[in-house]
Write a new protein. Sequence first.
Length: 110
Amino acid sequence: MSGRILCSLDELAEGEPRGFSLAGELPLELILLRRGGQVLAYRNRCPHTGINLEWLPDQFLDHSGRYLQCATHGALFRPEDGYCLRGPCAGYALEALPVVVKEGQVVLEE
């Protein structure tokens, strides 16, 4: 299996994003979201400030539960593509990362 195993698919509940930190030469903070039968991954970095989106672990959704939200300034991002709909980075998007599910494992492709 090429790539880095991030977690088991069973560890991701539908519609509930989780944050992950990968150590290494180039540390990586990411958000995984299981939605509609697929797993989406984004770099956990606001396009406006460059900081992580959440203040508390795994707290990425706005009060409606529909959008990913930057806790610092309230920017809202569509979960399906990371596009920013509202806030100082409107029109920008979270950086998508390539992940696949192989043998029940979520794998970051390298």
